[in-house]
Structures are given as C-alpha cells and as structure tokens.
Ligand binder design. Sequence first.
Ligand SMILES: [Fe+2]
Ligand SMILES: [Fe+2]
Length: 164
Amino acid sequence: MAGEIHQHLAGDHRRLEALLARAVIDPENIDPAAYAGFRAGLLRHIGMEEKVLLPAAQKLSGAPLPLAAKLRLDHGALAALLVPPPTETIVTAIRIILEKHDPIEEDEGGIYDQAEGAAGGEAGAVLSRLKNFPDVKVLPHVDNDLVMNAARRALARAGHDVKV
Ligand SMILES: [Fe+2]
Ligand SMILES: [Fe+2]
C-alpha cells in the first residue's frame, strides 16, 4: 500500500483533475471559477513538489532523484501554460502533459515512492510540511505572443511535441 506522502499527493492529483474536468464541461466556455481553482491548486502542488518533496528526498538520500530534472521541466511547461488565459488548445496541452507526468510520480516505485523511501523516519515531518505548504500568489493572466512563445519553448525543453 502506498505511503502517506504518496497518498496525499496522488489525492491532490485527483482533486486537480476533477477541477479541470469541471472547468471544461463546455470547452468553448471555460468555467472561470473552476479554472482559477485548478490554476491556483496546480501552482501550489508544483510548489509542494519543488520546494518540499524533491529537496527533502535529495537531502535525505544524498542525491537528486533520477527523474527530478525531467519533472522540473514538466513543471516549467505547466506553469508557462497557466500564464495565458485558458483556451481549449491550452487545456488540452496541460492534460497531455499531466497524463504523462502524474504516472511518473504515482506509479509503483515512482517518484512519490522513492521520495517516501528516502524520507524514511522523516516521512511524517515531510508530510506535515506538504500539508502546511502555503497558497501561492497567483498573478493575473497575460495574453500576448511573448507568453505563448515562452510556453512553446518550455514545452520543447520538456520534450513535449504539443502545439499551442
Ligand atoms: Fe509534478
Ligand atoms: Fe504531482
């Protein structure tokens, strides 16, 4: 059975999936409130992983987890896609990334299990830092070519052949 850290973060994935699904019930009229909840929640989730989980695993095991760099590139692409106002194309790109990204974390022996194993007796302390992680400051959307080009570069860096 998955450990507490694994269960907590995988549960957050399910919560975010549900928010995004609710936001795009009508893909041509994205629900602003549901999308805002998804956006803030995903940014906080990325913060929990980048500022708590991955550094704790690295510190406690003495080396970065093997796929940490790849995950960070995906996080960069996701964060870049959250800057422009959502469109059907952008939401599809986010979903394509998450469908590949989340299993790397959640699969048996994946990043969450590795981090949990590295944490060992500190797992409870890491979990409480995750639970207490603050909301992140969410800036207004920016709608211009610069942010779209930045998103395209971040997608390419992370190895996603996805057009936005
Ligand atoms: Fe992640
Ligand atoms: Fe995650």
